[in-house]
Design a protein. Structure first.
Length: 127
C-alpha cells in the first residue's frame, strides 16, 4: 500500500471515530466508561436517556470499535476498547471538565437526571 493510501485510510478511520463520538449521549457514555467499565443499568444512571436509546448508542460505539462488551454473569459489561480510545476520551473529558451524570433522587422528580455539579452548563454547551 502506498503512503498516500495509508494516509487516506488513516483519515477515514479518524473521521469515522469522530462521527461516532459526535453525539452528546455517546460522548457521555464514553466519559463514564473512561472512569470504569459498567453494565447498561449502571450507565443508565449516568446518562439521561431511555435504556433502549442507550442500548442503541452502545451498539453504535461497538460497531465503531470504541467499546467492547463482555458477559459478566447475567449482565453485559462495557469498557473502552483500547488505549487509543482511552487517551482520546480522557483528553476530551479533561479539556471540557466532563465527569459524567448522576441521578440525584433527593432533588429530582422521579426518573429525572441532573448533571454532576462539576459539569458546567458552558462545558455541556461546548459539546
Amino acid at each position: 500500500m502506498s503512503a498516500d493510501n495509508e494516509h487516506w485510510d488513516a483519515l477515514r478511520q479518524a473521521t469515522a471515530m469522530l462521527k461516532a463520538i459526535g453525539n452528546t449521549h455517546r460522548l457521555l457514555v464514553l466519559c463514564a466508561l473512561a472512569q470504569q467499565p459498567m453494565a447498561v443499568c449502571d450507565l443508565n444512571r449516568r446518562v439521561p436517556i431511555a435504556q433502549s436509546a442507550l442500548s442503541r448508542h452502545l451498539a453504535r460505539l461497538r460497531s465503531a470499535g470504541l467499546v467492547v462488551a463482555q458477559r459478566d454473569g447475567p449482565r453485559i459489561r462495557y469498557a473502552l476498547a483500547n488505549a487509543r480510545t482511552r487517551r482520546l476520551i480522557e483528553a476530551v473529558c479533561t479539556e471540557y471538565r466532563i465527569r459524567g451524570f448522576v441521578a440525584d433522587s433527593a432533588a429530582a422528580p422521579a426518573g429525572r437526571i441532573h448533571a454532576d455539579p462539576a459539569v458546567t452548563a458552558d462545558a455541556v454547551a461546548r459539546l
